[in-house]
Design a protein around this ligand. Structure first.
Ligand SMILES: [Zn+2]
Length: 166
């Protein structure tokens, strides 16, 4: 509940930060409040609205955010489904399609979600060697703001209209 969405001056979603940092940016006029909805913060001398979304006063130029290659993000891309057997086991692992020991890279197009049984079955082998098949070829996930920040939507449903279209 402490996560704040940061919009660029043109309203493009560019980042998330914590409440403390968001309020800090508002206090020094680096950002303005776009959406409240979380009550207030009282200090000795002032009362601040607790932001859910803030917007930078000045446009910053930075590359489009991308989904970080983490276990969680790989599972999310693959809808938490083993890409070999199609089950949505709780016991998910990351499999390198081309195994790392023969030069397979740790990149989006070489990692898939695999249940521990399938991962064990495949072992350190390639698809050909193991005779296993993938449900989908792994791709880099979308770079839309809706996708990138989508993992926060469960707790921050009020962000949705600000993520659509970027
Ligand atoms: Zn499996």
């Amino acid at each position: 509940m402490d996560t704040v969405l940061v919009l660029n001056a043109n309203f493009e979603p560019i980042n998330v930060c914590n409440m403390r940092r968001a309020v800090g940016m508002m206090v020094v006029d680096k950002a303005t409040l776009v959406l409240n909805g979380r009550g207030e913060i009282k200090t000795v001398s002032c009362v601040f609205p607790k932001p859910s979304i803030i917007r930078l006063q000045k446009m910053v130029h930075r590359p489009r955010p991308k989904a970080r290659l983490t276990r969680k993000e790989v599972f999310r891309r693959d809808n938490f489904i083993c890409q070999y057997c199609g089950t949505s086991s709780k016991d998910l692992t990351i499999d390198h399609v081309i195994p790392r020991h023969i030069g397979g890279e740790h990149i989006w197009t070489n990692v898939v979600t695999a249940c521990s049984m399938c991962n064990h079955r495949k072992g350190g082998r390639t698809l050909n060697q193991s005779g296993m098949r993938l449900y989908h070829s792994p791709l880099e996930p979308p770079s839309s703001a809706f996708y990138i920040f989508g993992r926060h939507l469960v707790e921050n449903t009020d962000w949705e209209p600000f993520l659509i279209g970027w």
